[in-house]
Design a protein around this ligand. Structure first.
Ligand code: GLU
Length: 544
């Protein structure tokens, strides 16, 4: 077979040589040991926690080694492409502050651009043509129907499905048959002529999992589709080589494709990058552990974290906790250190499934948010509300001074211990609602209605907004005593039968009437923030 002639017929015209591309995309000028890593999402519109998990690992490894991280958009599969998906990817990663050095919509050193695979078609075709010339790739004229029939036959025989070995029909077409099909205008794809044998097991060193054994590839995978666009497998090999990637950390769902990728690198004559396959994120579901699922678990999508208003650093802390087994201990010792100071190590990445637990993330979130100043919290909540909040919530920020007082109180700023009531922005906004809107509902009062009204009436009659905390509290005690409640807690504890309850129950009535809630931060301060008029209006409304 004259492969050169065939290559010219299949991909006519002059293509640049491999040497041209080697010179155009030269090895990167980086110090020894510097890792070049990448994130290579497909714009399917769904960016998930696994992507973030890999992004953080790739980012940390690159930057700790003095290397760099780039973003490549793998958009060869138009069927899966969704409008706006690239922006969604970029925004999601920006929210979590993933520092890319170059890439799609990021820019940076143009030497290795473009970063959209669709804009690199010519490079791929040049290498497909080279493989045809070398007899390592061939045209396949099989129709969809033929391939479906083949799959059904293999399934019925309980054999591995695919285009390989004796099933790779077009692999053995004669020169005459190929030209006859081409002359008849039959559409074709280009397949790799695999030299692999599934009897051969390959030992490879996975950067995360250590030594693993995989079966050699024998699938004649499609490398160029009938529209002249390569498949992801082929494009990624060419790109990882010419973008000079040294280490690929990606999800373990790609492990099954690894043999194909290794053969492609070898066939192309490119040195292989190192691969590390990240364990999947698992969820405890009753007795069993299963992978987080797109259908069942909203928390798999990164959109979820933005909509709920998770504090990005908290999510990052949790991801690092799952990624490196010694992170948690380090963070306990260095609670105020920048996360980038943590000595992240590929070797410390966990080899089998990491258990993702939303409750644990919520605990971390409370802790992280409790470290903010009220000003930082203001900025965080405002930004969230502007994007996701209701019109009413957006309005909460109009009076900046009031919001700052609310936040300082709710966070316990200046107190002995910080309060940890805030988990996410959406929850925090719900939490502070009563400062800005009259409560539509009230927690249940524990005292009878008549007693409640007596307490409210007495308080309304005596309330003065100018009272300091001490005066305010002595009035509450007076009201308690007048209504059969113990003014002092210790008296109540000593003789509970003598009283209706204690001053705490009286304060609770006032608290529920003012805020709708039985549990709040300091009530005197809340009433100060609300102001005398609003406080009295709320209490009066509850006289019913
Ligand atoms: N484009 C693939 C994805 O959608 C990337 C696989 C890889 O990292 O090699 O995740």
């Amino acid at each position: 077979m004259n492969y050169k002639k065939l290559a010219e017929r299949l991909l006519p015209g002059e293509y640049p040589s491999p040497e041209f591309y080697e010179a155009k995309y030269p090895p990167r000028n980086l110090p020894k040991g510097a890792e070049v890593t990448r994130l290579a999402p497909s714009p399917t519109g769904f960016i998930h926690l696994g992507n973030l998990f890999a992004a953080i690992a790739n980012e940390r490894i690159a930057h700790r080694s003095g290397g760099l991280l780039y973003l490549r958009i793998e958009d060869t599969d138009l069927k899966r492409k969704v409008d706006g998906a690239v922006e969604a990817v970029i925004n999601a990663l920006k929210y979590f502050d993933i520092a890319f050095d170059e890439g799609a919509e990021i820019g940076g050193d143009e030497t290795y651009a473009p970063w959209y695979q669709r804009q690199r078609a010519e490079i791929y075709r040049a290498f497909v043509k080279k493989l045809i010339e070398e007899g390592r790739a061939y045209p396949c004229f099989c129709t969809e129907e033929e391939l479906t029939a083949l799959r059904e036959e293999q399934t019925a025989k309980k054999e591995i499905t695919g285009y390989y070995g004796k099933y790779a029909k077009c692999r053995n077409l004669s020169e005459e048959e190929i030209y006859a099909a081409l002359d008849a205008g039959k559409p074709f794809v280009i397949r790799l002529k695999s030299l692999g044998d599934p009897e051969n097991k390959l030992k490879v060193r996975d950067a995360v999992k250590g030594e693993i054994t995989v079966t050699e590839n024998d699938q004649d995978v499609v490398i160029l589709k009938s529209d002249g666009i390569p498949t992801y497998h082929f494009a990624h090999a060419v790109d990882d080589h010419f973008m000079r990637t040294t280490l690929v950390i990606r999800g373990e769902e790609w492990l099954a494709s690894l043999p194909i990728h290794l053969e492609l690198f070898d066939a192309l004559g490119f040195p292989r990058p190192r691969y590390g396959h990240n364990c999947s994120l698992m969820k405890q579901d009753g007795e069993t552990r299963r992978k987080l699922s797109k259908r069942k678990d909203p928390e798999l999508s990164l959109e979820f974290y933005r909509k709920e208003g998770y504090y990005p650093r908290a999510v990052k802390v949790y991801m690092l906790t799952l990624l490196n087994s010694n992170f948690e201990e380090w963070y306990l010792k260095n609670p105020d250190a920048g996360l980038n100071e943590f000595p992240f190590k590929v070797e410390k990445m966990s080899k089998s499934g990491a258990l993702f637990d939303l409750d644990k993330l919520n605990d971390i979130s409370k802790n992280e948010l409790s470290k903010l100043s009220e000003g930082e919290m203001f900025a965080f909540l405002k930004e969230w509300a502007e994007e996701f909040g209701s019109a009413a919530q957006k309005g909460y920020f109009a009076d900046e001074e009031k919001m700052l007082r609310v936040l300082a109180l709710c966070m316990g700023v200046g107190g002995k211990k910080r309060r940890k009531d805030f988990t996410t922005a959406s929850q925090a906004m719900e939490f502070v609602k009563y400062f800005f809107e009259r409560p539509a509902e009230h927690d249940a009062y524990r005292v009878e209605n008549g007693v409640k009204c007596a307490i409210l009436r007495a308080f309304i009659g005596r309330y003065a907004a100018a009272d300091d905390a001490q005066t305010w509290f002595s009035k509450v005690k007076e009201i308690a005593a007048e209504n059969g409640f113990a003014a002092e807690m210790k008296d109540y504890k000593a003789e509970p039968d003598r009283y209706r309850g204690s001053v705490a129950d009286v304060a609770e009535v006032l608290r529920i009437a003012t805020t709708g809630k039985a549990n709040t931060p300091d009530l005197w301060t809340i009433q100060q923030i609300l102001g005398g008029e609003e406080t009295l209006a709320r209490l009066t409304e509850e006289l019913k």
